[in-house]
Design a protein around this ligand. Structure first.
Ligand SMILES: *[C@@H]1O[C@H](CO)[C@@H](O)[C@H](O)[C@H]1NC(C)=O
Ligand SMILES: *[C@@H]1O[C@H](CO)[C@@H](O)[C@H](O)[C@H]1NC(C)=O
Length: 187
């Protein structure tokens, strides 16, 4: 009898855990595991680490700005692109990533606008800055910058990026590099 009560009690204790949502799954996209061919476009495979990339391509270190990890990164040539959850029944929470505007040297200070969507609804917007690059430096001094997103970047279905000159909002004629994108995916 005592044993039966005990088992029932333990089962009761376990219940809330069993009913709780599964923990969000953590990902780091570093793009180093993706194929890259110098002679062809290199779109990211759909569903790479549960996300779908628009415009962004896999790109490889070419002697300019080093990726923050490995030899590859994702590059939006032209500076605009977006990333969405591959499974529309999921959402993602963007935690952090590294970035650079890549238009050569010199290049003006670059403003990267970011929009986070929940479905069609704009949920959060932010502008981050990549500093101007001046001539007269060693190439090694040009590195990616990093950003950690606040808790508004939660439960999103899509994130859009677009770069512009910070001083006048004009075109940069360059690309947006991103690397080490950290996020979680929730059902
Ligand atoms: C993402 O980019 C693609 C290609 O430019 C565009 O068709 C689509 O509407 C964009 N999606 C969002 C949510 O911005
Ligand atoms: C940001 O990038 C610039 C240009 O490459 C670099 O000089 C600077 O050290 C970087 N800052 C950080 C905090 O990474």
């Amino acid at each position: 009898m005592c044993q039966i009560l005990r088992v029932a009690f333990l089962a009761l204790l376990a219940l809330p855990n069993a009913l709780a949502k599964p923990h969000p799954k953590e990902y780091v996209a570093n793009y180093d595991d993706l194929p890259w061919d110098e002679l062809t476009p290199n779109p990211l495979p759909s569903g790479y680490k549960s996300l779908t990339y628009n415009i962004f391509q896999v790109d490889q270190y070419d002697g300019f700005i080093s990726p923050s990890s490995g030899t590859q990164y994702a590059m939006a040539f032209g500076g605009s692109g977006n990333i969405s959850v591959s499974d529309p029944s999921t959402s993602f929470t963007l935690k952090s990533f590294n970035y650079a505007c890549s238009s050569g040297v010199p290049q003006p200070e670059c403003a990267i606008s970011m929009w986070g969507f929940k479905g069609k609804k704009l949920a959060v917007k932010q502008v981050i800055v990549f500093p101007r690059l001046d001539p007269g430096h060693y190439i090694e001094e040009f590195v990616m910058n990093g950003t950690v997103l606040g808790n508004k970047w939660k439960g999103l279905t899509s994130v859009g990026f677009s770069i512009a000159r910070k001083d006048n909002g004009g075109d940069m004629y360059g690309g947006l590099m991103i690397d080490d994108l950290r996020y979680t995916i929730s059902k």
